[in-house]
Design a protein around this ligand. Structure first.
Ligand code: ZN
Length: 286
């Protein structure tokens, strides 16, 4: 069943749990995510980035989502979201294609420019009853980002006072925060930085909005649980899905004779569904 992201978030708030938002770029990953959500008997957010759209095209990704969400074996509620939209046009294209939520990530721009672009996206999105997520502070990625974050985490953090002003001026529906979190797999090999939970608490004091944790792959369960208690309502998982995909494909390719793509990709779907199932189960624990 396709639902508005708002429906999932409101239910999560009411029942005091958090949602997993899982990234896809193709058929099998979408299948894996839905399979995991069905097993957990719970709704989920499925999201795509502009680079995934470039890879598979917007109509294809939307059709995959809509058909798989509609013809699944249960009636699990699923919402489609644009992750890290960079331009007004990208968000507009996704809204017109049927997304119920879009992210405009202008966090690399000045505070003023971030406000201006986000306001523009919100104005259009809200006319169409679509939710908007923005980002304040810097959720970095890669080796360089990691090294800088380890050295000076304070340079990356979401400023609580700015967050208050930003939310008031833009009227965004959800906000991605920087609290020591970082994207990508580099951290998983080199030590996942600790979330700065005291800072999250300061942000939570200033704004009453569902907060989003990007780069949540690899974050310890203890830290994640504390973050959930401090207002994180959406937890983005991409790297863990990609790694599950890779290990699934690798396991099958050890059999050098195998050349049937369905057999090679089946363990990847299974692995992804396990990641999604376990993550949702954890996020729903009280
Ligand atoms: Zn992200």
């Amino acid at each position: 069943m396709i639902v508005h992201l708002k429906t999932l978030v409101q239910k999560a708030i009411k029942n005091n749990f958090a949602l997993g938002a899982f990234n896809t770029c193709n058929l099998e990953i979408t299948q894996g995510i839905i399979k995991g959500a069905i097993k957990a008997n719970s709704g989920a957010i499925i999201q795509v980035t502009p680079s995934s759209i470039k890879y598979a095209s917007l109509p294809v990704l939307v059709s995959l989502f809509e058909l798989l969400a509609k013809y699944q074996e249960k009636n699990i509620p699923l919402a489609l979201h644009l992750d890290h939209g960079q331009t007004y046009q990208q968000t507009k294209d996704c809204i017109q294609a049927g997304f119920s939520s879009v992210m405009i990530d202008a966090s690399d721009k000045s505070f003023k420019e971030n406000i201006n672009l986000t306001q523009k996206v919100v104005k259009y999105a809200h006319q169409k009853k679509v939710w908007v997520q923005a980002e304040l502070g810097q959720v970095s990625k890669g080796k360089q980002g990691y090294q800088k974050l380890i050295k000076r985490p304070q340079d990356f953090l979401t400023d609580p006072d700015q967050a208050q002003e930003f939310v008031k001026k833009t009227k965004v529906d959800t906000l991605a925060v920087a609290i020591g979190n970082i994207h990508g797999s580099y951290k998983i090999k080199h030590g996942v930085p600790r979330l700065i939970l005291s800072h999250l608490k300061e942000i939570q004091k200033k704004i009453n909005l569902p907060l989003v944790l990007h780069g949540a792959s690899g974050v310890s369960q203890i830290q994640l649980k504390k973050a959930l208690d401090l207002g994180i309502k959406i937890v983005n998982i991409d790297t863990e899905i990609r790694m599950a995909w890779r290990s699934g494909v690798e396991s099958c390719l050890r059999n050098k004779e195998e050349y049937d793509p369905r057999k090679i990709l089946a363990p990847a779907i299974e692995n992804i569904s396990e990641v999604v199932y376990k993550k949702i189960k954890f996020l729903k624990q009280k």
